[in-house]
Design a protein around this ligand. Structure first.
Ligand SMILES: Cc1cc2nc3c(=O)[nH]c(=O)nc-3n(C[C@H](O)[C@H](O)[C@H](O)COP(=O)(O)OP(=O)(O)OC[C@H]3O[C@@H](n4cnc5c(N)ncnc54)[C@H](O)[C@@H]3O)c2cc1C
Length: 465
């Protein structure tokens, strides 16, 4: 068995692991990263990036199709558009390929050694890796677990045949005629909407009373409206029970006890993700857990000295930018810098149609925490740029402390609002008050003016409404 030693070993090269390794390398730490699959992890290969590529292609196709049936208010005409999904998928694969090569180059530039293979803990300082050329033993002073998460499988609908996870959905070569989506969270809605725009007849089955249950009803309303326009059927308070006897339909039980057969040549199950904590020798290490996740403190330390954990394996919110921020922080801690998790907000985005952004506290969360709040909401219907883009549905909402005007949260729903999310987070992270946002010149005409107007409105003197 080959052996090597290093100061830092990172297990998993998703956004958490590769960012941690790059920063550690920059800081002169002798670092090794082990990856069982492709560099970039879930996010780059079967998550954030491929889903956004598919969503963009679907948006383009939908806009052209809309024009082809004479529905373009802008007077655009097109004839008989069609889509070659296999070509779309190979375009998406090209983007993923460029990004994973980019990650390899960045790791090499930071002098990080990359080992391809599955890592398994032997003890708290030693890991065995099954590589193509045999067993590799790696001893490390510090180890970062960044093994990510897997899609949750429903016992009644195991992933096989027509029952697929988001991973397979992102590599379909043909648009399904009938697609049933089980789970109305952000992944199911993003992909369900994209397939509807590509021509599938889509039904969404959600067990709770509302799709996107983590967002308040006001934010979800414009998304529901658009799902209706796209002909997507939404069944809430409905349970997926399994496949029909002939295996060609999804059996669903509604809240009032009715049993429905939903014809589906593909059934996409997106009911959540579970941490990858089994199969890597983690069971034997017996690290403390928080539910199914690895328990960490404010420095991402686990219950065993010298072992850190970051990203999806440590729990919600399971988002790439949280994993990256944890990775960067842990590298600095291992290099001896004084760091602790002190972020005021982790923005969350649904790339639905329209998009939803939430940064910081919603009005309800702020009240639950005992704050008296001031709220300012500004609709895109009163924003010039939104009008010129035919994107008037939605709004920006600012939540601030009533006594000090300190901004506690900003939410938005509307076309393209994902690109506004950085200014929302920046305001919260910098401790901005309503007056700071209101007093900042926002370029005209942009949708970002809706943020300034929302702050002005909370102060009681909006200008354009
Ligand atoms: C369809 C979809 C869309 C998404 N969209 C977004 C989005 O728009 N924005 C967003 O922020 N997040 C999004 N996410 C979530 C995001 O992908 C994850 O939060 C993020 O990838 C977590 O990063 P990570 O580093 O913790 O783990 P991962 O990205 O899961 O990477 C973990 C890596 O560890 C490797 N590994 C596991 N065990 C071992 C082992 N024993 N030895 C060696 N290697 C191992 C795996 O092969 C994997 O490459 C999406 C997810 C999905 C599925």
């Amino acid at each position: 068995m080959k052996e090597m030693s290093c100061k830092l070993l990172v297990i998993g090269a998703g956004p958490g692991g590769y960012v941690c390794a790059i920063r550690a390398g920059q800081l002169g730490i002798d670092t090794v990263i082990v990856e069982a699959g492709k560099l970039g992890g879930t996010c780059l290969t079967v998550g954030c990036i491929p889903s956004k590529a598919l969503i963009h292609a679907a948006d383009e196709f939908d806009a052209i199709r809309h024009a082809s049936i004479g529905k373009s208010a802008m007077g655009i005409n097109a004839e008989n558009p069609s889509i070659d999904l296999a070509k779309t998928i190979s375009w998406k694969d090209g983007i993923v390929g460029r990004l994973t090569t980019g990650v390899a180059n960045l790791l090499q530039k930071s002098r990080v050694k990359i080992v391809h293979g599955r890592a398994r803990f032997r003890d708290g300082k030693t890991v065995e890796v099954e590589t193509e050329t045999g067993q590799q033993l790696i001893r490390a002073e510090a180890i970062v677990i960044a093994t990510g998460s897997d899609p949750v499988e429903l016992p009644a609908l195991p992933f096989e045949g027509r029952v697929i996870s988001s991973t397979e959905a992102l590599s379909l070569k043909e648009v399904p005629k009938n697609l049933a989506v089980v789970g109305g969270g952000y992944i199911g809605l993003e992909l369900g909407t994209a397939f509807a725009k590509l021509g599938a007849s889509v039904t969404i089955v959600e067990a709770t009373e509302q799709i996107l249950p983590l967002y308040d009803a006001d934010l979800v309303k414009p998304v529901l409206r658009r799902l209706g326009q796209l002909g997507i059927k939404v069944l809430t308070s409905a349970k997926a029970m399994g496949l029909s006897a002939n295996g060609e339909a999804l059996l669903v039980e509604t809240a009032d006890g009715r049993k429905l057969d939903i014809a589906a040549d593909r059934i996409l199950v997106t009911v959540g993700r579970r941490p990858r904590t089994i199969g890597s020798g983690l069971e034997e290490l017996d690290l403390d857990r928080s539910g199914p996740y690895l328990r960490i403190d404010d420095r991402c330390r686990t219950s065993m000295r010298g072992i850190y954990a970051i990203g999806d394996v440590t729990g919600e919110p399971m988002l790439a930018h949280r994993a990256m921020a944890q990775g960067e922080m842990v590298a600095e801690i291992i290099a001896g810098k004084k760091r602790a998790w002190d972020k005021r907000c982790i923005p969350a985005i649904c790339f639905t149609d329209p998009e939803i952004v939430s940064a910081g506290l919603s009005p309800e969360e702020a009240r639950e925490q005992g704050y008296e709040v001031k709220i300012g909401q500004f609709p895109f219907a009163a924003n010039g740029r939104a009008m010129t883009m035919g994107a008037e549905d939605g709004f920006v909402r600012v939540v601030a402390r009533a006594d000090t005007n300190l901004v506690l949260g900003v939410q938005a729903v509307g076309s393209g609002v994902s690109e506004l999310s950085a200014s929302f987070s920046l305001a919260i992270e910098m401790g901005a008050r309503l007056e700071d946002i209101a007093g900042t010149i926002h370029a005209h005409p942009t949708r970002s003016e809706a943020l300034q107007e929302a702050a002005l409105r909370a102060l009681g003197h909006a200008l354009h409404i």
